[in-house]
Design a protein. Structure first.
Length: 278
C-alpha cells in the first residue's frame, strides 16, 4: 500500500520535468541567419501593440570632462506617456523629493529629446530626415512553422551565432543607416526573446549633433518587453573620455488603465496644476 503514493509522486515529478523541457524548446527553428532575425522580430512584435499608457521613471547620468558628476545633464523624471503617439507629461524630480513644473515631452529615439518610451518598437525605423530611399524588393522566403517570413528589406544579416544561452546577430543596414539603426541583437536561443540590442543614435546639443552607439538592455514589465537601461557612447573625438558615456535607466514601469486627456495637452497644464501627478 505504501508503494502507490511513491509512484504517484514519481509520475508527478516526471510530468513537471517533461513539461519544463518542452517549454524550453524553441517555438520555431531557424534554418538561416535571415530567418533568425525574422523570428526575433516576430517574437518581439507578438507583444505589440503595448498598452495605451505607460508610466515610468527615467534617470539620465553623465560625467563632466573632468570625470565628476555633471549635475546639469544628470537628472530624473517621472513620465506619463500615451504610447500611440509618444505624447507625454513629465515632471523632474529634484533631490529631497521636490518636483518640477509640468512639461510636455515626446520621448523618441534618434531625436533631440530623451530616448524612450521603454515600450518603443526597436525594429521601427527612425523618423526620416530627408527623402527616403525606396526599399529593395526581395523574393519571399518559405514559411517557418506557420510564421510567414518575408525577404529582409532593411538589414543584411552578417552572422547569427549561438553564444551560451543567447543568439548573437550582427546586422548591416541595406539602406538609410541613420534610420535603420540596429547593429547587433542578442536573443534567447530557445525562445527568441530579445535581451539586448546595439543601435546607433545621436546626441543633440544646442548647436549640433554627434553620433552615438547605444547598448540597450531589455527586460519585461506586465508581460511586455521593455527597455530597462541604455548605455550610450558618443563617437566623436572632441569629447573627453569621461564625458563620452551617457547612461539612462527606466524604472517603476507600469501600465495604468487610463490617464486624463489633459496630460497630453500642454495648453491646459496651468488650469490643472493642482491635479499634477507625482
Amino acid at each position: 500500500m505504501a508503494v502507490a503514493p511513491f509512484f504517484l509522486r514519481l509520475l508527478k515529478l516526471l510530468t513537471i520535468v517533461l513539461t519544463s523541457a518542452l517549454l524550453a524548446l524553441p517555438v520555431y527553428a531557424a534554418s538561416s541567419p535571415e530567418q533568425t532575425l525574422g523570428l526575433i522580430r516576430h517574437t518581439f512584435r507578438s507583444h505589440r501593440p503595448p498598452p495605451p499608457f505607460v508610466r515610468y521613471t527615467l534617470t539620465r547620468r553623465q560625467l563632466t570632462n573632468e570625470g565628476f558628476p555633471d549635475f546639469i545633464w544628470t537628472y530624473t523624471y517621472h513620465i506619463w506617456c500615451r504610447t500611440s503617439d509618444n505624447a507625454a507629461l513629465g515632471r523632474r524630480v529634484f533631490r529631497g523629493g521636490s518636483y518640477g513644473s509640468l512639461e510636455f515631452l515626446r520621448p523618441t529615439f534618434n531625436a533631440a529629446t530623451d530616448p524612450g518610451p521603454p515600450t518603443a518598437d526597436l525594429f521601427e525605423p527612425a523618423p526620416a530626415t530627408k527623402q527616403a530611399t525606396p526599399a529593395p524588393i526581395f523574393d519571399r522566403l518559405r514559411e517557418i512553422g506557420g510564421v510567414e517570413a518575408l525577404g529582409e528589406t532593411d538589414y543584411q544579416v552578417l552572422s547569427a551565432v549561438t553564444e551560451g544561452e543567447l543568439i548573437h546577430v550582427r546586422l548591416l543596414p541595406r539602406r538609410e543607416p541613420e534610420r535603420n539603426r540596429l547593429r547587433e541583437l542578442f536573443a534567447d536561443r530557445r525562445t527568441y526573446e530579445l535581451k539586448k540590442a546595439v543601435a546607433t543614435d545621436r546626441l543633440f546639443t544646442q548647436f549640433q549633433s554627434y553620433p552615438e552607439l547605444y547598448t540597450l538592455t531589455l527586460g519585461a514589465a506586465g508581460g511586455y518587453p521593455v527597455v530597462t537601461a541604455i548605455h550610450g557612447v558618443v563617437d566623436d573625438s572632441t569629447f573627453d573620455e569621461a564625458a563620452r558615456y551617457i547612461d539612462y535607466t527606466f524604472t517603476e514601469i507600469s501600465f495604468p488603465a487610463t490617464m486624463p486627456d489633459w496630460y497630453f495637452e500642454p495648453s491646459g497644464y496651468g488650469a490643472h496644476a493642482k491635479e499634477a501627478p507625482q
